[in-house]
Design a protein. Structure first.
Length: 672
């Protein structure tokens, strides 16, 4: 225990010792008497003040025992019943003493009496504080923190950015730089374009600055700033959205003029549309001799991105990232779109924003690139980022220069976190370190609880109830088919189901098997995946099961339309399948008077449970179905028997068992 506490103290994590304290209590023969303030030793002896004013001082245990009690005891006033005291998830010994109206020494003595060494500044968890409070005759309860403005909506479409704007006084809002993400197909020039925009290199950073890559940076054009997120692609872009963060204002879609629209280009378009952000097309590599801009613009028009030159509303800028052609024109169009969007934020007050990425640096420790979305972030601020907390020791901009303050839309790299948050986590400046630790502990506890709970992803059966409650207004679908000729009929049949009350929104329609990218988009957009004559990639299947994404496979178009129509009307019934629990082989058959035949079995696989459904197989053929009404080990009834053990089994209405029969125990599982 001491070794564990010392390790915990080094990590600055709360001390947790409930198991040791409970064990000590059991060894002591029951609950201890409450320790009063001012008690000496370990708190087992009463003080002279509690024994009465005429009692002599202690001269050892023998003297104390020999001292006669007064003939008449003075009446002591009854102690009023104390109210329940609220204590946070983690608390220092000093703060706990204040809340319990005692001294830190008394608390330290209680912990020491159970073998737990602690200092006055030691951080203990709520379970340990509960036991300490019981020893003092006090009752405590867990203090809760309301984080309404940071909690992600489970069903609503609003992003953090939109909710922050709703909570702000319009008079305090000021213009902010746009945040831009560059997406596109591999080898179409995304990295080259970002380098051209940034127009710098690692060697040009200031001496003494940080040297690692920062995932976001700002550039300046005509006195106005633009923030760029240097993400690996649409997968990272959507992974952040899946965690509730949407920081991008504008997407630049890079398409090579000599290659045209490719599969990853289509995926990037789908992800940008699902995020409801405007798209500016950068038509790259126009300097190549085989470039064909007209063909590419036709491909874009076919996908709903009608160029402005052709009477549409999509800005298409021909560029050459390698030759630095029209880069300024592209940036001017970004600022033009930003002006139309009228981007604003409140630059005052505690900062709130999003973690872009986090990594561990050998020299700086835990670092995170964050983007401020509201308020001002300062060096020394205590923050909570996702489930981690810390106090900002230093902040760097994208060129490695130390900064003291960061405002809205400014990306900075921060140090001082106790752990590594995840990309897309929301960070918030809080009042002090104690509050930051408490929020972090409560979020970790909540995450552990949620791991045991089923996923809250949208399913087709749940859609009608959420539609009725107003939580959702559109049914988002991802449609994958086997051949191009099937795509249009399937999509048209689904779109025809749209009504005034609810719309069918196709986020992606493509040919091919269902992939991990499809599942990721479904998670971020709370969409369902419809597959027609296609398969599911094994990796995508595992991810869908983990995230609770509803994937439905069909081979008849009519069945797709029928299921979606029933879902819109709230008439869709759930589908159950038999899940195998285990198998047992019949080794002997016994006749018991009054009970019929009982099978002596060996469990060969999994587990056999009483009251489970059973399928009897003989020579591989099913001969009976029933319920396991009796399960015994020797003469005792048992709830279950695992592989490798013998048992006696009786199956309802099965009267003709034979040696060699196989009993398959199953249970009904809802598959959709």
């Amino acid at each position: 225990m001491k070794k564990r506490l010392n390790q915990s103290r080094k990590r600055q994590e709360p001390v947790s010792a409930p198991k040791r304290l409970d064990a000590a209590r059991r060894r002591g023969g029951g609950r201890r008497k409450p320790v009063t303030a001012g008690a000496s030793g370990s708190g087992r002896r009463k003080s002279s003040r509690r024994r009465g004013k005429h009692a002599p001082p202690h001269r050892g245990d023998a003297t104390a025992v020999a001292t006669p009690e007064p003939a008449v005891k003075q009446a002591q006033p009854e102690k009023p019943e104390s109210s329940v005291i609220e204590v946070p998830e983690v608390i220092s010994v000093r703060d706990l003493a204040k809340k319990l109206d005692t001294t830190p020494i008394d608390i330290i003595k209680i912990l020491m009496s159970y073998g737990t060494m602690a200092t006055i500044n030691e951080i203990i968890d709520f379970d340990t504080a509960t036991i300490v409070a019981e020893e003092l005759g006090k009752e405590i309860q867990r203090e809760t923190i309301v984080e309404e403005e940071l909690e992600e909506s489970e069903t609503g479409p609003k992003t953090l950015r939109e909710r922050l704007l709703e909570m702000e006084d319009p008079s305090k809002l000021k213009p902010r730089p746009p945040v831009v993400t560059v997406l596109g197909h591999v080898d179409h020039g995304k990295t080259t374009l970002l380098d051209a925009i940034r127009n710098t290199s690692v060697a040009e950073r200031e001496a003494g600055g940080i040297t690692q890559h920062i995932a976001a940076y700002q550039i300046e054009l005509d006195g106005r700033k633009i923030t760029f997120l240097d993400t690996p692609g649409h997968a990272a872009f959507t992974a952040m959205r899946a965690r509730g963060a949407q920081v991008t204002d504008i997407v630049i879609l890079v398409v090579a003029a000599d290659d045209g629209v490719m599969p990853q280009t289509d995926e990037a378009i789908d992800h940008a549309r699902a995020a409801h952000v405007p798209i500016i097309v950068a038509l790259n590599k126009i300097d190549k001799p085989n470039a064909n801009p007209e063909r590419v613009m036709q491909q874009l028009a076919d996908r709903g991105l009608q160029p402005e030159e052709w009477g549409g509303d999509t800005i298409v800028v021909p560029i050459s990232a390698k030759q630095r052609i029209n880069i300024d024109t592209l940036l001017e169009n970004v600022l033009l779109v930003a002006d139309v969007m009228d981007l604003k934020a409140n630059p005052e007050g505690p900062a709130v924003g999003t973690v872009i990425e986090a990594l561990q640096d050998r020299r700086l420790g835990n670092t995170a690139t964050v983007l401020v979305q509201k308020g001002a972030l300062h060096r020394g601020d205590p923050i909570v980022a996702g489930m981690e907390w810390g106090r900002i020791r230093a902040m760097f901009d994208d060129r490695g220069k130390k900064v003291e303050e960061a405002g809205p839309s400014m990306p900075v790299l921060i140090t001082g976190l106790q752990g590594l948050p995840q990309a897309g986590d929301i960070f918030q400046v809080v009042e002090n370190d104690r509050l930051a630790r408490q929020i972090s502990a409560e979020r970790k506890e909540k995450a552990r609880t949620e791991e045991q709970e089923p996923s809250k992803a949208l399913s087709l059966e749940d859609f009608y109830a959420q539609m009725q409650s107003g939580a959702v207004k559109d049914l988002n679908l991802i449609v994958k088919v086997d051949v191009q000729g099937s795509l249009e009929p399937v999509v048209k049949s689904l779109e025809d189901l749209s009504t005034d009350e609810v719309g069918i929104r196709i986020l992606r329609k493509a040919v091919g098997d269902i992939t991990e990218s499809d599942v990721m988009l479904a998670v971020a957009s709370r969409a369902l995946i419809i597959g027609f004559n296609v398969k599911v990639d094994p990796v995508a299947k595992r991810q869908a099961e983990q995230q609770g994404v509803d994937i439905r496979l069909y081979n008849v178009i009519y069945h797709i339309v029928e299921d979606i129509d029933k879902a819109l009307q709230g008439m869709l019934e759930p589908v159950y399948e038999d899940k195998e629990l285990g198998r047992a082989e019949v080794r002997a058959v016994f006749r018991i008077r009054g009970r019929g035949k009982v099978m002596g079995c060996l469990v060969t696989d999994g587990v056999i449970r009483r009251n489970a459904d059973a399928i009897i197989l003989r020579h591989g053929e099913e001969i009976h179905r029933g319920v396991i009404v009796s399960l015994k080990r020797y003469q005792e009834d048992v709830p279950e028997v695992r592989a490798g053990y013998e048992c006696g089994i009786a199956v309802e209405n099965f009267t003709d068992p034979k040696e060699g029969d196989i009993i398959v125990a199953t249970e009904k599982v809802r598959v959709r």
